[in-house]
Design a protein around this ligand. Structure first.
Ligand code: FES
Length: 80
């Protein structure tokens, strides 16, 4: 089964084991939040910079570059 999650109200499919960031990039999204008016997505890709943070199932501050995409997740963008 292909894992799929909801991002900002839209269905995003992921590969098994793929991170949320990987799935968002594969779906054509280069950025998914703003900080001080600037778009942010993946910068470091290793969990250090926090540019990629999203809210997952109500938990804020989740690093999308580290968190595996799970079927049924509800992911929302953050603004910091
Ligand atoms: S891209 Fe830097 S923490 Fe995720």
């Amino acid at each position: 089964m292909t894992p799929a999650f909801e991002f900002d109200g839209q269905r995003v499919e992921a590969r098994e084991g793929q991170t949320i960031a990987g799935a968002l990039i594969a779906s054509g999204r280069a950025a998914w939040r703003t900080a001080a008016g600037a778009e942010r997505g993946v910068f470091c890709g290793i969990g250090v910079c926090q540019d990629c943070v999203v809210t997952v199932n109500g938990a804020a501050g989740v690093r999308a570059c580290l968190r595996s995409a799970c079927d049924g997740d509800v992911v929302t963008p953050e603004e910091r």
